[in-house]
Design a protein around this ligand. Structure first.
Ligand code: URA
Ligand code: CA
Length: 434
Protein backbone atom coordinates (compact mmCIF):
# COMPACT_ATOMS: atom_id res chain seq x y z
CA UNK A 1 0.00 0.00 0.00
CA UNK A 2 1.20 3.52 -0.74
CA UNK A 3 -0.08 6.58 1.09
CA UNK A 4 -0.16 8.62 -2.12
CA UNK A 5 -2.70 6.20 -3.63
CA UNK A 6 -4.91 6.38 -0.56
CA UNK A 7 -4.85 10.20 -0.60
CA UNK A 8 -5.87 10.07 -4.25
CA UNK A 9 -8.62 7.56 -3.52
CA UNK A 10 -10.11 9.84 -0.86
CA UNK A 11 -9.61 12.90 -3.03
CA UNK A 12 -11.68 11.23 -5.74
CA UNK A 13 -14.42 10.40 -3.26
CA UNK A 14 -14.08 6.63 -2.98
CA UNK A 15 -14.53 4.68 0.27
CA UNK A 16 -11.39 3.41 2.01
CA UNK A 17 -11.31 -0.12 3.42
CA UNK A 18 -10.72 -1.02 7.07
CA UNK A 19 -7.17 -2.16 6.18
CA UNK A 20 -6.41 1.06 4.33
CA UNK A 21 -7.50 3.23 7.25
CA UNK A 22 -5.46 1.09 9.65
CA UNK A 23 -2.45 1.48 7.37
CA UNK A 24 -2.79 5.27 7.44
CA UNK A 25 -3.19 5.58 11.22
CA UNK A 26 -0.53 3.03 12.10
CA UNK A 27 1.87 4.55 9.58
CA UNK A 28 1.31 8.04 10.90
CA UNK A 29 1.73 6.96 14.54
CA UNK A 30 4.98 5.10 13.69
CA UNK A 31 6.46 8.05 11.77
CA UNK A 32 6.32 6.12 8.50
CA UNK A 33 3.86 8.58 6.98
CA UNK A 34 5.05 12.21 7.06
CA UNK A 35 2.99 15.22 8.13
CA UNK A 36 2.68 16.54 4.58
CA UNK A 37 0.93 13.43 3.34
CA UNK A 38 -1.30 13.28 6.41
CA UNK A 39 -2.18 16.96 5.88
CA UNK A 40 -3.23 16.27 2.30
CA UNK A 41 -5.28 13.32 3.50
CA UNK A 42 -7.10 15.43 6.14
CA UNK A 43 -7.88 18.07 3.52
CA UNK A 44 -9.29 15.38 1.22
CA UNK A 45 -11.50 14.18 4.10
CA UNK A 46 -12.50 17.77 4.79
CA UNK A 47 -13.88 18.09 1.26
CA UNK A 48 -15.09 14.56 0.55
CA UNK A 49 -16.25 13.45 4.00
CA UNK A 50 -16.29 9.86 5.21
CA UNK A 51 -18.89 7.12 5.17
CA UNK A 52 -20.25 5.77 8.47
CA UNK A 53 -18.07 2.70 8.09
CA UNK A 54 -14.95 4.80 7.46
CA UNK A 55 -15.72 6.90 10.57
CA UNK A 56 -16.02 3.78 12.72
CA UNK A 57 -12.81 2.33 11.24
CA UNK A 58 -10.92 5.57 11.80
CA UNK A 59 -12.14 5.71 15.41
CA UNK A 60 -11.06 2.14 16.17
CA UNK A 61 -7.69 2.60 14.42
CA UNK A 62 -7.03 5.56 16.72
CA UNK A 63 -8.23 3.60 19.78
CA UNK A 64 -5.75 0.86 18.87
CA UNK A 65 -2.86 3.31 18.39
CA UNK A 66 -2.20 3.38 22.14
CA UNK A 67 -3.17 1.98 25.54
CA UNK A 68 -6.76 1.03 26.29
CA UNK A 69 -8.09 1.14 29.83
CA UNK A 70 -9.54 -2.14 31.03
CA UNK A 71 -12.45 -1.50 33.39
CA UNK A 72 -13.72 -5.08 33.29
CA UNK A 73 -12.99 -5.53 37.01
CA UNK A 74 -15.71 -2.97 37.72
CA UNK A 75 -19.16 -4.48 38.02
CA UNK A 76 -21.98 -3.16 35.89
CA UNK A 77 -22.25 -1.07 32.76
CA UNK A 78 -19.72 1.74 32.82
CA UNK A 79 -21.36 4.80 31.33
CA UNK A 80 -19.20 7.79 30.53
CA UNK A 81 -20.37 11.32 29.77
CA UNK A 82 -18.60 13.69 27.45
CA UNK A 83 -19.27 17.36 26.89
CA UNK A 84 -17.95 19.14 23.82
CA UNK A 85 -16.95 21.95 26.12
CA UNK A 86 -18.44 25.14 27.35
CA UNK A 87 -18.03 27.80 29.97
CA UNK A 88 -18.70 27.10 33.63
CA UNK A 89 -19.95 23.61 32.83
CA UNK A 90 -20.51 22.09 36.25
CA UNK A 91 -22.40 19.03 34.96
CA UNK A 92 -19.63 16.47 35.58
CA UNK A 93 -19.40 17.39 39.28
CA UNK A 94 -23.15 16.96 39.67
CA UNK A 95 -23.70 13.93 37.45
CA UNK A 96 -21.13 11.69 39.14
CA UNK A 97 -22.82 11.56 42.56
CA UNK A 98 -26.30 11.90 41.03
CA UNK A 99 -26.16 8.71 38.96
CA UNK A 100 -23.87 6.84 41.36
CA UNK A 101 -26.64 7.29 43.95
CA UNK A 102 -28.73 4.98 41.74
CA UNK A 103 -25.98 2.39 41.45
CA UNK A 104 -24.56 3.34 38.06
CA UNK A 105 -20.78 2.88 38.32
CA UNK A 106 -18.88 6.08 37.49
CA UNK A 107 -15.18 5.46 36.88
CA UNK A 108 -14.04 8.95 35.97
CA UNK A 109 -10.67 9.50 34.43
CA UNK A 110 -9.98 13.17 34.16
CA UNK A 111 -7.35 15.67 33.21
CA UNK A 112 -6.37 19.18 34.15
CA UNK A 113 -5.82 20.85 30.84
CA UNK A 114 -6.15 24.40 29.66
CA UNK A 115 -9.22 26.56 29.65
CA UNK A 116 -11.37 29.16 31.33
CA UNK A 117 -11.47 27.13 34.54
CA UNK A 118 -9.62 24.04 35.65
CA UNK A 119 -10.68 20.50 34.79
CA UNK A 120 -12.82 18.29 37.01
CA UNK A 121 -9.78 17.26 39.05
CA UNK A 122 -8.72 20.87 39.74
CA UNK A 123 -12.25 21.70 40.81
CA UNK A 124 -12.45 18.74 43.20
CA UNK A 125 -9.05 19.58 44.64
CA UNK A 126 -10.55 22.73 46.09
CA UNK A 127 -12.01 20.38 48.72
CA UNK A 128 -9.33 20.24 51.46
CA UNK A 129 -7.50 16.90 51.41
CA UNK A 130 -9.12 15.53 48.26
CA UNK A 131 -6.65 13.83 45.95
CA UNK A 132 -6.69 11.70 42.81
CA UNK A 133 -3.28 10.10 43.26
CA UNK A 134 -4.60 6.60 43.82
CA UNK A 135 -3.47 3.24 42.45
CA UNK A 136 -5.50 1.61 39.69
CA UNK A 137 -6.39 -1.23 42.04
CA UNK A 138 -7.79 1.15 44.64
CA UNK A 139 -9.66 3.03 41.93
CA UNK A 140 -11.44 -0.16 40.83
CA UNK A 141 -12.20 -1.06 44.44
CA UNK A 142 -13.62 2.39 45.17
CA UNK A 143 -15.91 2.29 42.15
CA UNK A 144 -17.13 -1.16 43.11
CA UNK A 145 -17.82 -0.10 46.70
CA UNK A 146 -18.90 3.53 46.38
CA UNK A 147 -19.96 3.56 42.69
CA UNK A 148 -17.89 6.71 42.11
CA UNK A 149 -14.17 7.49 41.96
CA UNK A 150 -11.96 9.93 40.08
CA UNK A 151 -8.41 9.28 38.99
CA UNK A 152 -5.89 11.31 36.97
CA UNK A 153 -5.33 10.33 33.38
CA UNK A 154 -2.49 7.88 32.98
CA UNK A 155 -1.19 5.74 30.15
CA UNK A 156 -0.67 6.64 26.55
CA UNK A 157 -4.23 6.92 25.24
CA UNK A 158 -4.90 7.55 21.53
CA UNK A 159 -1.47 8.93 20.52
CA UNK A 160 -2.68 8.98 16.90
CA UNK A 161 -5.42 11.43 17.86
CA UNK A 162 -2.99 13.69 19.73
CA UNK A 163 -0.73 14.00 16.69
CA UNK A 164 -3.57 14.30 14.25
CA UNK A 165 -5.36 16.97 16.28
CA UNK A 166 -2.20 19.13 16.40
CA UNK A 167 -1.70 18.67 12.68
CA UNK A 168 -5.32 19.58 11.93
CA UNK A 169 -4.95 22.67 14.08
CA UNK A 170 -2.30 24.13 11.74
CA UNK A 171 -3.73 22.86 8.44
CA UNK A 172 -7.27 24.27 8.69
CA UNK A 173 -8.80 20.81 8.98
CA UNK A 174 -10.17 20.84 12.53
CA UNK A 175 -13.66 21.67 11.37
CA UNK A 176 -14.57 18.38 9.70
CA UNK A 177 -17.41 16.38 11.27
CA UNK A 178 -15.92 12.90 10.58
CA UNK A 179 -12.55 13.98 12.01
CA UNK A 180 -14.06 15.63 15.11
CA UNK A 181 -16.46 12.75 15.76
CA UNK A 182 -13.78 10.06 15.50
CA UNK A 183 -11.36 12.14 17.61
CA UNK A 184 -13.81 12.51 20.49
CA UNK A 185 -15.16 8.96 20.32
CA UNK A 186 -11.70 7.38 20.16
CA UNK A 187 -10.77 8.97 23.49
CA UNK A 188 -13.95 7.80 25.23
CA UNK A 189 -13.63 4.26 23.91
CA UNK A 190 -9.94 3.99 24.81
CA UNK A 191 -10.85 5.13 28.34
CA UNK A 192 -12.98 1.99 28.72
CA UNK A 193 -16.58 3.21 28.45
CA UNK A 194 -19.25 0.57 27.74
CA UNK A 195 -21.83 3.23 26.95
CA UNK A 196 -21.48 6.94 26.24
CA UNK A 197 -23.69 9.98 26.78
CA UNK A 198 -22.71 13.04 24.79
CA UNK A 199 -23.57 16.63 25.63
CA UNK A 200 -23.03 18.48 22.38
CA UNK A 201 -23.06 22.21 23.01
CA UNK A 202 -24.41 24.68 20.53
CA UNK A 203 -24.32 28.47 20.33
CA UNK A 204 -21.83 31.33 20.60
CA UNK A 205 -19.82 29.80 23.47
CA UNK A 206 -19.61 26.35 21.88
CA UNK A 207 -17.10 24.68 19.63
CA UNK A 208 -19.95 24.15 17.14
CA UNK A 209 -21.75 27.48 16.81
CA UNK A 210 -24.63 26.42 14.57
CA UNK A 211 -27.46 24.11 15.53
CA UNK A 212 -27.13 22.32 12.21
CA UNK A 213 -23.43 21.60 12.80
CA UNK A 214 -24.05 20.47 16.39
CA UNK A 215 -26.81 18.12 15.26
CA UNK A 216 -24.62 16.60 12.53
CA UNK A 217 -21.76 16.09 14.99
CA UNK A 218 -24.11 14.45 17.51
CA UNK A 219 -25.51 12.09 14.87
CA UNK A 220 -22.03 11.17 13.62
CA UNK A 221 -20.80 10.32 17.13
CA UNK A 222 -23.90 8.31 18.03
CA UNK A 223 -23.50 6.30 14.81
CA UNK A 224 -19.85 5.57 15.55
CA UNK A 225 -20.58 4.42 19.09
CA UNK A 226 -23.41 2.14 18.10
CA UNK A 227 -21.41 0.65 15.22
CA UNK A 228 -18.52 -0.33 17.49
CA UNK A 229 -20.69 -1.83 20.21
CA UNK A 230 -20.81 1.09 22.66
CA UNK A 231 -24.39 2.28 23.09
CA UNK A 232 -24.31 6.03 22.62
CA UNK A 233 -26.90 8.80 22.94
CA UNK A 234 -26.56 12.56 22.63
CA UNK A 235 -28.22 15.73 23.84
CA UNK A 236 -27.73 19.06 22.08
CA UNK A 237 -27.74 21.81 24.67
CA UNK A 238 -27.44 25.57 24.71
CA UNK A 239 -24.12 27.35 25.18
CA UNK A 240 -25.20 30.78 24.03
CA UNK A 241 -24.58 31.78 27.66
CA UNK A 242 -22.65 30.07 30.48
CA UNK A 243 -24.44 27.16 32.18
CA UNK A 244 -25.52 27.83 35.75
CA UNK A 245 -24.13 30.85 37.55
CA UNK A 246 -20.64 29.94 38.78
CA UNK A 247 -17.46 30.00 36.70
CA UNK A 248 -14.44 29.06 38.79
CA UNK A 249 -13.21 26.02 40.65
CA UNK A 250 -14.32 26.25 44.29
CA UNK A 251 -17.29 28.34 43.15
CA UNK A 252 -18.43 25.50 40.89
CA UNK A 253 -18.00 22.95 43.67
CA UNK A 254 -20.31 25.12 45.76
CA UNK A 255 -22.75 25.28 42.84
CA UNK A 256 -22.59 21.49 42.45
CA UNK A 257 -23.38 21.07 46.16
CA UNK A 258 -26.41 23.36 45.83
CA UNK A 259 -27.58 21.42 42.79
CA UNK A 260 -27.16 18.02 44.49
CA UNK A 261 -29.33 19.42 47.27
CA UNK A 262 -32.01 20.31 44.73
CA UNK A 263 -31.31 24.02 45.16
CA UNK A 264 -29.16 24.68 42.11
CA UNK A 265 -29.66 26.91 39.08
CA UNK A 266 -32.61 25.86 36.95
CA UNK A 267 -30.68 25.31 33.70
CA UNK A 268 -27.89 23.30 35.33
CA UNK A 269 -30.41 21.17 37.21
CA UNK A 270 -32.49 20.47 34.12
CA UNK A 271 -29.49 19.55 31.98
CA UNK A 272 -28.12 17.25 34.71
CA UNK A 273 -31.50 15.51 35.05
CA UNK A 274 -31.64 14.98 31.28
CA UNK A 275 -28.05 13.75 30.86
CA UNK A 276 -28.39 11.78 34.08
CA UNK A 277 -31.51 10.02 32.85
CA UNK A 278 -29.62 8.85 29.75
CA UNK A 279 -26.79 7.57 31.95
CA UNK A 280 -29.15 5.72 34.29
CA UNK A 281 -31.08 4.24 31.35
CA UNK A 282 -27.94 3.12 29.50
CA UNK A 283 -26.51 1.86 32.79
CA UNK A 284 -29.48 -0.49 33.03
CA UNK A 285 -30.92 1.04 36.21
CA UNK A 286 -34.22 2.10 34.64
CA UNK A 287 -36.43 0.74 31.87
CA UNK A 288 -37.16 4.09 30.27
CA UNK A 289 -35.79 7.63 30.25
CA UNK A 290 -38.92 8.81 32.07
CA UNK A 291 -38.46 6.27 34.85
CA UNK A 292 -34.78 7.24 35.09
CA UNK A 293 -35.67 10.91 35.52
CA UNK A 294 -38.20 10.11 38.24
CA UNK A 295 -35.58 8.12 40.12
CA UNK A 296 -33.08 10.97 39.84
CA UNK A 297 -35.59 13.47 41.18
CA UNK A 298 -36.12 11.06 44.05
CA UNK A 299 -32.42 10.90 45.04
CA UNK A 300 -32.25 14.69 44.95
CA UNK A 301 -35.26 14.90 47.24
CA UNK A 302 -34.23 12.21 49.72
CA UNK A 303 -30.67 13.53 50.08
CA UNK A 304 -29.14 10.35 48.70
CA UNK A 305 -27.36 12.32 45.95
CA UNK A 306 -25.65 14.71 48.36
CA UNK A 307 -24.78 11.82 50.72
CA UNK A 308 -23.15 10.00 47.82
CA UNK A 309 -21.05 13.11 47.16
CA UNK A 310 -19.92 13.22 50.81
CA UNK A 311 -19.00 9.53 50.83
CA UNK A 312 -17.04 9.99 47.61
CA UNK A 313 -15.08 12.99 48.96
CA UNK A 314 -14.21 11.16 52.16
CA UNK A 315 -13.06 8.02 50.31
CA UNK A 316 -10.50 10.09 48.40
CA UNK A 317 -9.20 12.02 51.41
CA UNK A 318 -11.50 15.02 51.13
CA UNK A 319 -13.21 16.81 53.99
CA UNK A 320 -16.94 16.09 53.55
CA UNK A 321 -17.92 18.84 55.98
CA UNK A 322 -17.47 21.37 53.13
CA UNK A 323 -20.87 20.20 51.94
CA UNK A 324 -22.57 21.64 55.01
CA UNK A 325 -20.12 24.49 55.39
CA UNK A 326 -18.90 25.71 51.97
CA UNK A 327 -16.93 28.50 53.70
CA UNK A 328 -14.28 25.77 54.21
CA UNK A 329 -13.60 25.91 50.46
CA UNK A 330 -10.85 28.30 49.32
CA UNK A 331 -12.09 31.90 49.60
CA UNK A 332 -10.99 34.90 47.54
CA UNK A 333 -9.65 37.98 49.35
CA UNK A 334 -11.70 40.48 47.39
CA UNK A 335 -15.30 40.53 46.22
CA UNK A 336 -16.57 43.10 43.71
CA UNK A 337 -19.93 43.65 42.06
CA UNK A 338 -20.29 44.54 38.39
CA UNK A 339 -23.11 47.07 38.51
CA UNK A 340 -25.55 47.54 35.65
CA UNK A 341 -25.19 50.94 34.02
CA UNK A 342 -28.81 51.10 32.88
CA UNK A 343 -32.25 49.53 33.29
CA UNK A 344 -33.30 46.86 30.81
CA UNK A 345 -33.20 43.17 30.01
CA UNK A 346 -30.13 40.98 29.58
CA UNK A 347 -29.92 40.19 25.88
CA UNK A 348 -26.49 38.66 25.54
CA UNK A 349 -23.92 37.03 27.84
CA UNK A 350 -21.06 36.06 25.55
CA UNK A 351 -19.93 32.81 27.14
CA UNK A 352 -16.46 32.75 25.60
CA UNK A 353 -15.38 36.16 26.71
CA UNK A 354 -16.92 35.77 30.18
CA UNK A 355 -14.80 32.61 30.44
CA UNK A 356 -11.75 34.60 29.42
CA UNK A 357 -12.46 37.12 32.18
CA UNK A 358 -12.53 34.23 34.68
CA UNK A 359 -9.21 33.01 33.32
CA UNK A 360 -7.66 36.47 33.79
CA UNK A 361 -8.58 36.22 37.46
CA UNK A 362 -6.57 32.98 37.59
CA UNK A 363 -9.47 30.47 37.51
CA UNK A 364 -8.01 28.66 34.50
CA UNK A 365 -4.72 28.01 32.79
CA UNK A 366 -3.65 30.00 29.73
CA UNK A 367 -0.59 27.75 29.29
CA UNK A 368 0.36 24.38 30.78
CA UNK A 369 2.73 26.13 33.17
CA UNK A 370 0.16 28.60 34.55
CA UNK A 371 -0.78 28.33 38.21
CA UNK A 372 -4.45 28.00 38.92
CA UNK A 373 -6.21 29.87 41.74
CA UNK A 374 -9.01 27.65 43.05
CA UNK A 375 -10.71 30.43 45.02
CA UNK A 376 -11.39 32.95 42.27
CA UNK A 377 -13.95 33.32 39.52
CA UNK A 378 -17.32 34.79 38.65
CA UNK A 379 -20.90 34.28 39.72
CA UNK A 380 -23.52 35.54 37.31
CA UNK A 381 -26.40 37.36 39.00
CA UNK A 382 -28.46 37.68 35.81
CA UNK A 383 -29.03 35.41 32.86
CA UNK A 384 -30.43 36.10 29.41
CA UNK A 385 -34.03 37.30 29.65
CA UNK A 386 -33.73 38.62 33.24
CA UNK A 387 -34.73 42.20 33.89
CA UNK A 388 -32.17 44.45 35.53
CA UNK A 389 -32.21 47.84 37.25
CA UNK A 390 -29.39 50.37 37.05
CA UNK A 391 -26.94 49.73 39.93
CA UNK A 392 -27.99 46.10 40.44
CA UNK A 393 -25.23 43.50 40.27
CA UNK A 394 -24.81 41.67 36.98
CA UNK A 395 -21.86 39.59 38.11
CA UNK A 396 -20.00 39.06 41.38
CA UNK A 397 -16.24 38.96 40.92
CA UNK A 398 -14.18 36.86 43.35
CA UNK A 399 -10.54 37.88 43.09
CA UNK A 400 -7.19 37.72 44.81
CA UNK A 401 -6.14 40.84 42.91
CA UNK A 402 -7.12 44.17 44.38
CA UNK A 403 -7.48 45.76 40.96
CA UNK A 404 -9.93 44.12 38.56
CA UNK A 405 -10.57 46.99 36.15
CA UNK A 406 -9.50 44.89 33.14
CA UNK A 407 -11.88 42.09 34.17
CA UNK A 408 -14.72 44.55 34.66
CA UNK A 409 -14.13 46.08 31.23
CA UNK A 410 -14.11 42.63 29.64
CA UNK A 411 -17.36 41.73 31.39
CA UNK A 412 -19.11 44.97 30.36
CA UNK A 413 -18.04 44.12 26.81
CA UNK A 414 -19.56 40.63 27.14
CA UNK A 415 -22.96 41.67 28.43
CA UNK A 416 -25.55 43.43 26.32
CA UNK A 417 -28.63 45.03 27.83
CA UNK A 418 -31.73 45.61 25.69
CA UNK A 419 -34.52 48.09 26.32
CA UNK A 420 -37.31 45.67 25.46
CA UNK A 421 -38.13 42.23 26.89
CA UNK A 422 -35.92 39.35 25.79
CA UNK A 423 -37.01 35.70 25.61
CA UNK A 424 -35.06 33.13 27.62
CA UNK A 425 -33.10 30.81 25.32
CA UNK A 426 -34.10 27.18 25.01
CA UNK A 427 -31.87 24.80 26.99
CA UNK A 428 -32.20 21.55 25.07
CA UNK A 429 -32.31 21.75 21.30
CA UNK A 430 -32.39 18.13 20.39
CA UNK A 431 -31.71 14.53 21.37
CA UNK A 432 -30.18 11.73 19.33
CA UNK A 433 -31.09 8.29 20.63
CA UNK A 434 -29.95 6.00 17.83
N1 URA B 1 -12.37 18.01 20.37
C1 URA B 1 -11.66 16.90 20.13
O1 URA B 1 -11.34 16.17 21.05
N2 URA B 1 -11.32 16.60 18.88
C2 URA B 1 -11.64 17.37 17.83
O2 URA B 1 -11.30 17.03 16.71
C3 URA B 1 -12.37 18.54 18.08
C4 URA B 1 -12.74 18.83 19.36
CA1 CA C 1 -21.59 26.78 36.24
Amino acid sequence: MRMVDLIQKKRDGAELSTEEIKFIIQGYTNDEIPDYQMSAFCMAVFFKGMTDKECADLTMAMVESGDQIDLSAIEGIKVDKHSTGGVGDTTTLVLGPLVAALGVPVAKMSGRGLGHTGGTIDKLESVPGFHVEIENEQFVQLVNQKKLAVIGQSGNLTPADKRLYSLRDVTATVNSIPLIASSIMSKKIAAGADAIVLDVKTGAGAFMKSLEGSMSLAKAMVKIGNQVGRRTMAVISDMSQPLGYAIGNALEVKEAIDTLRGEGPEDLTELCLTLGSYMVFLGGKADSLEEAKEKLNEVLKTGKAIDTFKTFLLAQGGDPSVVDDPSKLPQASFVFELEAKEDGYVEELVADSIGTAAMWLGAGRATKESEIDLAVGLVLRKKIGDSVKKGESLVTIYSNFENVENVKAKLYDSIRIAQTEVAKPKLIYGEVKE
